[in-house]
Design a protein around this ligand. Sequence first.
Ligand code: HEM
Length: 149
Amino acid sequence: MVFAQVGPGSEPPVNDPDVTVRAPSLPVITDDENLFEAFGGREGLVKIMDDFMERLVVNPATKPFFENSDKERVKLQLVEQLCVIMKGPCTYSGRSMAEIHRGMNVSERAFYALVEEFQRSANKMNVPFRAQNRLIAALAPMHRDIIDR
Ligand code: HEM
């Protein structure tokens, strides 16, 4: 049996019957990606969240969830949380994703509508696609804690 040379962090060859394929590794954001800077730092994130929240209260799929929420608080918590995920100099003081979203009955449709609105806001602020995709990949595993049905 010939094994492909795999470097650190790469996936095992999936077509090898001797290799048990486990869960795919989760996307990890490394310090050298400068994602936080690509999003314009804290100031950039604040602008993106302002635009994002305006969209969330208009989009029919997300409006029912956000229209009566404390929008200023949610925006601030999102800035902190995204900053932490992107290895920026912040601390997240909000509750866990599961705790916040439990019982909200967030559907898959609402989840993807939210992601689309986020992309619209990020595009408007000229965040490079690669940086957007890296962030979205890091957020995707959270959907288990957010979607109810
Ligand atoms: C990856 C996707 C998501 C992330 C990272 C996220 C993150 C957050 C954060 C950080 C907060 C504020 C936490 C706090 O106040 O302590 C929050 C609140 C909230 N989220 Fe999400 N969320 C996501 C997806 C969604 C989706 C898809 C919906 C519904 C369509 C949703 C609905 C809400 C609502 C309504 C609140 C306000 C709760 C309240 O006022 O107590 N979230 N979310």
